[in-house]
Ligand binder design. Sequence first.
Ligand code: HEM
Length: 193
Amino acid sequence: MSPNAASGSRNSYSHVAIGLHWLIAFALVATFALGLYMHELPLSPQKLKLYSWHKWAGVTIFLFVVLRLGWRLAHRPPALPAAMPAWQRMAAEATHVLLYLLMIAVPLSGWLMSSAKGFQTVWFGLLPLPDLLDKNKELGDLLKEVHEALNFGMAGLVLAHLGAALKHHVIDRDDVLSRMLPFLAKTVPGELK
Ligand code: HEM
């Protein structure tokens, strides 16, 4: 077994998988916070500018999630600890699948909402993205509710995901968290180092 925990060995995630995990995690939190803040603001050039930044960030996250899914298909993640009870294993795998589905569905629902509301997204003000739907006010309003609901669903699942990772580290004292945060890797005689 290779000495370095983040080397892509069977027991850890690759550098790329770890990098994409944290890059997307921080971008999601920032885009979520911006979404909550901007939608409460009174209409102004400042609000419209924040809406553009939000959309650019959301579309960029969407592209990174697609890249991450491609990498994951080509680089299988390490197996969960053998000592993990079957129900926890199933819950972990179901959470991972749901998080990937939501990381695709949240930005897609935003893009569909903007299209139906008749606001084309011009990525970074440079690349006009195709409207995925014709203008339809009722559908736009419905997709706004969908965007909000998916976002709060994702936030709840992320908190459960975070809680589970901390439980593994503090209570189970296994390497589940240190596989995604290599500097936490505990020295187990003859194993990780
Ligand atoms: C993964 C990335 C994204 C996250 C985490 C996210 C999150 C949010 C959140 C939390 C809100 C406020 C919801 C509310 O309280 O009503 C919001 C609003 C909004 N989002 Fe996103 N969003 C993302 C991607 C996108 C994309 C890609 C677009 C469009 C291309 C978009 C367009 C909008 C618009 C237009 C609003 C304001 C709706 C309104 O109140 O009029 N979002 N977003």
